[in-house]
Design a binder for this molecule. Structure first.
Ligand code: MUC
Ligand code: MG
Length: 372
């Protein structure tokens, strides 16, 4: 008998971060994640997750809107439907619900997790199977203090957890940002990759002024330097060829990916399952980048373990992620909600091999962190 969806439930969990995470859009002291649980008639439960950055500071969805919209609009639409066809469910959801990419991603991840668990295969198998058993993971230095960032980076190198660093900039004066970046780069040395993420914090003129000094310092990649809608500006910065430009906020789905590729607005795409609107759409974006000879990077919305793993399963199926990934979200949190913690070692995340996401929730911890 075909399994059907019998229940969709959502909870917001608030987990403190290990330190303040300072970005041009927000300072995070806590991550609020929406946990989505989908139960099916054959006794399977799939789990998905959506996170945002600083409530509504980063984008148009908040944990509260995601929860409300899933409870009010998604759940009635999918309860009673066949549970083993995520693509068909996606068509149904897209017909009835516009935008809401983060909510769509959480629901779709839960559906894929349930399907893979039913088949007894890892989630990656539903996207063709893993090409890689582990993915490289960058760390973001964003304490707001140059010296603290250097100490933190050295710890990551000593413990062999990360050897690629992304610096959050765009909130200070340009000369202060340059001093901050140069100090960290010179402390870490030539072999360590340093990239920056401006989170749209600069005007095009400011970005133009910054690219040459950034290249001289040895910065390898500049992420979303200017406003996400200024595609012509992104094309101009990319065309200069001074430092590779990565699109992040500008990439909110397939149509954006196509426009960015067609207009040569980026050298690299940061693929985020939430921003793309879920696993299927993220896979589509990856295909657009590959066809356009745009390099790939696995991005994060500072997700907890569940969405980090959903993305990691997808990324493991991609032949080349030229710029690696930043799937470090769970490590930024003081605690995790899994029975077995994820395996971050030797500068990589090992992608679990068990059915579905390959992990089990620690229900006591889930209860403890659930917002009431
Ligand atoms: C972003 O803009 O990329 C990813 C890593 C990090 O520190 O912030 C996020 C969001
Ligand atoms: Mg970014």
């Amino acid at each position: 008998m075909q399994p059907t969806i019998v229940d969709v439930s959502t909870h917001i969990l608030d987990i403190p971060t290990i330190r303040p995470h300072k970005m041009s859009v927000a300072t995070m002291q806590c991550q609020s994640m929406v946990l989505v649980r989908i139960k099916t008639s054959d006794g399977i439960e799939g789990i998905g997750e959506a996170t945002t950055i600083g409530g509504l500071n980063y984008g148009g969805e908040s944990p509260e809107s995601i929860k409300t919209n899933i409870d009010t609009y998604f759940a009635p639409l999918i309860v009673g439907q066949a549970a083993d066809r995520p693509a068909a469910l996606r068509v149904r959801i897209d017909k009835a619900i516009k935008a809401n990419h983060f909510a769509k991603s959480a629901v779709e991840s839960a559906l894929y997790d349930a399907c893979a668990r039913r088949l007894g295969v890892p989630l990656s198998a539903l996207f063709g199977g893993a090409v890689h058993e582990e993915i490289s993971v960058a760390w973001t230095l964003a304490s707001g203090d140059t010296e603290k960032d250097i100490v933190e980076a050295r710890q990551m190198l000593d413990t062999r957890r990360h050897n690629i660093f992304k610096l959050k900039v765009g909130m200070r004066a340009l000369k202060d940002d340059l001093r901050h970046i140069a100090s960290i780069k010179s402390a870490l040395g030539d072999d360590i990759s340093v990239r920056i993420d401006v989170n749209q914090g600069w005007s095009e003129t400011q970005a133009l002024r910054m690219l040459r000094p950034l290249a001289d310092i040895g910065v390898e990649l500049v992420e979303q330097p200017i406003h996400e809608k200024n595609l012509a500006g992104m094309a101009r910065l990319t065309g200069l060829g001074i430092v590779p430009i990565m699109a992040d906020e500008a990439l909110k789905g397939r149509e954006d990916g196509f426009a960015l590729a067609a207009n040569q607005c980026a050298d690299v795409f940061a693929i985020k399952i939430e921003q793309a609107g879920g696993l299927q759409r993220a896979r589509d974006l990856i295909g657009i980048a590959q066809a356009a000879d745009i390099a790939l990077y696995g991005g994060t919305m500072l997700e907890g373990s569940i969405s980090t793993l959903a993305a990691a399963h997808l990324f493991a199926t991609v032949d080349k992620l030229e710029w690696g990934t930043e799937m470090f979200g769970p490590l930024l949190l003081k605690d995790d909600i899994l029975v077995e913690p994820l395996d971050y070692s030797e500068f990589t995340l090992k992608v679990p091999k068990g059915p579905g996401l390959g992990v089990t929730l620690d229900e006591d911890k889930v209860r403890h962190y659930t917002r009431r």
